[in-house]
Design a protein around this ligand. Structure first.
Ligand code: ZN
Length: 421
């Protein structure tokens, strides 16, 4: 398909219409008059107020109806297209000619479309790969797609929340995107086991980047700074040169992750819904994680596979040999990842298999052991070695840069505490 160059005027109109479509007209008016007085969303102490450009609220001379739809988890292309208001025949034609939309569909993608009274598509637009603004325009009975560099703007957002049931419930309540919740679980994954350690009234603050397209949030970016208060203990993380460090320069990355389970919306809520299998650690020499069959199990540290196969009580089991005197063991697995066989190298966080109930297990769960010199130790309490701190030459620059972010975290922490009372 030959690229079609949009005239700047048309492109501008499409963008203005796309912005309008994000809010119903009454919502636009309400937003203009009441944004400054709105209370912050639940669980959020400081939310950057979106600057709203009143000039954009002028209704363009639209020839049809503008709809905006998000592609959902478990959505189908035809479901999305029909929600946009396309007539059946028109929907079939669009999907047959496929001007790139079908390939771009992924959960979370927002598609804006203008459709006339007969259900004919006038145009649609969405944010494609590498920040391209993809616009599909009717041309006779067919469609043509064009790509333009999307005029994205990055803003820094500050948000905070309090744990009531799970991390995702808290980030949802504070209007924090999933990808930021996942980053939080990653950043603090060496200190906090997000499957077992979370406590009611744990709280967090996060400073992160968000990309906007003409005032509409389209994608979350990196976490720049975060604080997590777990069981009364505060952990702080600052992004520096692609890694996360505590304000004193210590690396947050540890030789071992606290949890051998992949963190996800499904696995994170599981322990609170189902009783984890509770057994005295002393008698049992391992930690059990109740999780749905198929939940991914990850290597907690860089290692070489020492054993992957079947053993009586353990069922399908993987034993990893790490640097120094450490070994880890993962039992009752449903199956192994392809590359996992004796002698294979695995990296920290790499998937080695999935949760099952093979061997002596009464329900799906992961049995995890942490061995030091061949002796089981309690992984929930053992102090773990950390990766390299900020290099000494960088330390002054890091401190100066850290001071600003720490001040923001301090502000958020105060607001968050006030919200707790
Ligand atoms: Zn066990």
């Amino acid at each position: 398909m030959a690229p079609l160059k949009l005239s700047p005027r048309l492109r501008d109109r499409l963008l203005r219409v796309a912005v309008l479509a994000a809010l119903p007209l009454t919502g636009v008016i309400a937003a203009i008059s009441s944004v400054p007085d709105q209370p912050p969303p639940q669980g959020s102490a400081l939310v950057e107020t979106l600057a709203f450009d009143a000039e954009r609220a002028l209704v363009p001379d639209a020839a049809g109806y503008i709809r905006e739809e998000r592609y959902q988890r478990a959505d189908t292309p035809s479901g999305l297209v029909s929600r946009l208001g396309l007539a059946d025949e028109e929907a079939r034609r669009l999907m047959r000619s496929d001007p790139g939309l079908m390939r771009a569909l992924r959960p979370g993608l927002t598609v804006t479309a203008e459709v006339d009274a007969e259900g004919r598509l006038l145009w649609l637009s969405h944010l494609g790969a590498r920040d391209a603004l993809v616009t599909v325009i009717r041309e006779g009975e067919g469609f043509r797609a064009s790509e333009d560099r999307a005029p994205l703007e990055t803003r820094v957002l500050l948000r905070s929340g309090v744990i009531r049931s799970s991390l995702f419930a808290a980030t949802d309540a504070a209007n924090i995107p999933d990808s930021v919740a996942m980053q939080l679980a990653d950043i603090f994954g060496g200190d906090i086991d997000f499957h077992r350690d979370l406590r009611r009234n744990d709280r967090f603050s996060v400073v992160y980047e968000m990309s906007y397209l003409q005032g509409r949030a389209v994608r979350a970016g990196r976490v720049l700074a975060a604080e997590f208060v777990n069981g009364g203990k505060s952990f702080r993380a600052l992004n520096h040169a692609g890694a996360y460090y505590a304000p004193d320069g210590k690396n947050l990355r540890k030789a071992f992750l606290r949890s051998p389970l992949e963190f996800s919306r499904i696995s994170s809520g599981f322990a609170t819904r189902m009783h984890p299998i509770l057994r005295e650690w002393r008698a049992h020499r391992g930690v059990d994680y109740a999780a749905p069959t198929g939940t991914q199990v990850r290597a907690t540290g860089d290692a070489v596979v020492e054993f992957a196969g079947r053993q009586a009580g353990y069922g399908n089991v993987v034993i990893l040999r790490h640097h120094g005197q450490y070994r880890t063991l993962y039992a009752h697995l449903n199956g192994f990842s392809k590359a996992i066989r004796k002698g294979a190298r695995v990296a920290q966080g790499e998937t080695i298999g999935s949760v099952g109930q093979t061997g002596w297990a009464t329900g799906p769960h992961l049995h995890y052991e942490f061995l030091v010199d061949g002796v089981q130790r309690n992984p929930l309490t053992i102090a773990l070695p950390a990766a390299q701190p900020v290099v000494q030459n960088d330390m002054d620059a890091f401190r100066r840069y850290a001071a600003g972010l720490v001040a923001q975290l301090d502000l958020l922490a105060i607001g968050n505490l006030a919200a707790l009372e």
